[in-house]
Design a protein around this ligand. Structure first.
Ligand code: PA5
Ligand code: NI
Length: 187
């Protein structure tokens, strides 16, 4: 009997670069992040084509029981005093969780439940983040290099951005030279 060896995709742990066939890449630019940053004047001052983060996804199966694998590369920087971050979302299928792995750089994972209770986890190379169902999630780059994090989630989960239209209950800012979390009522 002949045995087949498939060549699996691979990831470079230092850079988070995938080597695989059919990597799907999506760039999110400053102009796509309307309503995300608190300081609107500072956001408007940034050229709208400035890349803020890229997501690379492996080409995988879709449907009940299948998993997606994606790498987010979040560029360092701030908009006003607020650190660069992803838009953030709940899953459309609320009960579906996700796992993030810190690969490169340093930052925070902002988590928030349906009752608007928010909390943070440090993201660094090797960190493992188990995101339960019913929990919104956003990456924040508080460091000076690209923050790369690997994510694995059920392909049926979907993304719900609309439920966070009023923003998260916590913002992460640089104040008095320190990284600080600031609770907010309305985004
Ligand atoms: O599945 C995830 O949670 C990630 O791959 C995110 O989609 C990625 O970090 C980009 O964030 P967002 O979808 O909030 O723009
Ligand atoms: Ni997700």
């Amino acid at each position: 009997m002949s045995i087949t060896f498939n060549k699996p995709p691979s990831v470079a742990f230092l850079t988070g670069q995938f080597t695989a066939e059919n990597v799907i890449k999506k760039v999110t630019r400053s102009g796509d992040l309307s309503g995300v940053f608190h300081d609107i004047a500072a956001w408007q001052a940034i050229p709208s084509d400035t890349p803020i983060y890229e997501v690379e996804m492996l080409n995988s199966l879709q449907g009940e029981g299948e998993l997606y694998v994606g790498m987010t590369h979040l560029h360092p920087g701030r908009v006003g005093n607020e650190f660069h971050m992803t838009r953030g979302h709940f899953h459309q299928r609320r009960e579906q969780g996700e796992v993030y792995f810190g690969i490169r750089g340093s930052g925070l994972l902002l988590l928030q439940n349906e009752q608007r209770k928010a909390w943070l986890e440090h993201v660094s190379p090797g960190s493992v983040h188990i995101i339960p169902g019913d929990t919104a999630h956003r990456l924040i780059n508080t460091g000076s290099e690209v923050l790369s994090a690997l994510a694995v989630w059920p392909s049926i989960a979907g993304h719900d951005y609309g439920s966070l239209a009023q923003g998260f209950a916590l913002r992460v800012i640089l104040q008095d030279g320190k990284i600080q979390g600031k609770e907010v009522q309305n985004g």
